[in-house]
Ligand binder design. Structure first.
Ligand SMILES: Nc1nc2c(ncn2[C@@H]2O[C@H](COP(=O)(O)OP(=O)(O)OP(=O)(O)O)[C@@H](O)[C@H]2O)c(=O)[nH]1
Ligand SMILES: [Mg+2]
Length: 288
């Protein structure tokens, strides 16, 4: 299956919702109802700020064809520069898809012939080890998993050194799930990032995993994680089960943080590099 088909399939629920919206807008004929368009962007979880701004700009353009104008707007918002760093630290609230995304990305890199090293710093949850270990076993990637109850910062320190000794191209670090409202756990995360900066200055990027199904709550999570650890990228998971894929637009518009990967299923091949072009064309119809 091509990437385009996979993304399109993963976005089918969001697209259905959008399609209903557009049908309603276009049924009105030539007298375009921009207010209605805004309302429907809101329904697709694009968020109030972004929806209003998008509609204002589309209106300003006053193009005969609404769809290309709208696509251009969405593309402008979603097309953000993104850097690729060797150390990737996955953070996010409980169950957002961190461990699974580490496993899938590990699979992707290994398939591309890259040397990967995995570090498990979730020393909090008993089953965390087993889950990550299973992904590493499947992909054949070496890993260092922290013992239950041990200090995540020390595990990262040891892991980064082991990875360097093995000349790893990519080091994927899983962290324990934490609620953005839990101050102590957010401080623990800040410490993890400090350790990584000390061992590999400038080499790490924080990737925030967000479950697409949480819709607008993803913005709240982004807000709090951004205060503590400044994510360089977003991994938007579980798009396959959600009609709230429009939240990608809300996130990019508000924080200008690139979406790097999207999760469209639970299998090892179900993490896809984000492409603004494919995303927008999967969401919107070709023409009116
Ligand atoms: N359908 C679907 N399920 C996913 C996706 N990503 C993750 N999941 C599932 O979501 C559940 C939670 O994923 P985990 O990777 O364990 O989440 P986590 O963030 O590591 O969770 P904690 O370590 O408990 O904080 C698992 O059942 C995954 O299989 C996705 O893109 N699509
Ligand atoms: Mg986990």
């Amino acid at each position: 299956m091509s990437i385009m088909t996979k993304i399109s399939k993963g976005l089918s629920k969001t697209r259905e919702k959008m399609a209903q919206a557009f049908q309603a807008v276009f049924e009105r004929g030539p007298s375009r109802d921009y207010e209605l368009l805004e309302e429907f962007l809101l329904l697709a979880d694009v968020g109030p700020g972004a929806a209003a701004a998008i509609v204002a700009r589309v209106k300003e353009k006053n193009c005969p064809d609404l769809i290309p104008a709208l696509k251009e707007e969405l593309m402008d918002i979603l097309n953000l520069d993104s850097e690729d760093k060797p150390v990737k630290i996955f953070v996010g609230i409980n169950g957002s898809g961190k461990t699974t995304s580490v496993g899938k990305l590990c699979h992707r890199y290994v398939t591309e012939g890259k040397k990967v090293f995995v570090i498990g710093t979730d020393t909090f949850r008993a089953a965390a080890d087993m889950q990550l270990e299973e992904w590493c076993r499947r992909t054949g990637a070496p890993c260092l998993l922290g013992k239950p109850g041990s200090d995540p910062g020390s595990v990262l320190f040891d892991g980064l050194n082991s990875a360097a000794a093995r000349n790893a191209d990519y080091i994927l670090c899983d962290t324990a799930g934490r609620l953005h409202s839990n101050k102590n756990l957010m401080q623990e995360l800040e410490k993890i990032i400090r350790v990584s900066e000390r061992v590999r200055p400038g080499d790490a990027e924080v990737l925030l995993t967000l479950d697409a199904a949480t819709g607008q709550n993803a913005l709240q999570q982004m807000e709090t994680f951004a205060q503590a650890v400044k994510p360089a990228g977003i991994i938007l998971t579980k798009l396959d089960g959600s009609a709230k894929g429009g939240v990608a637009i809300a996130l990019a518009a508000k924080y200008q943080v690139p979406i790097k990967y999207i999760g469209v299923g639970e299998g090892s091949e179900d993490l896809l590099p984000f492409s603004a072009d494919i995303y927008v064309n999967s969401l919107l119809p070709e023409n009116e």
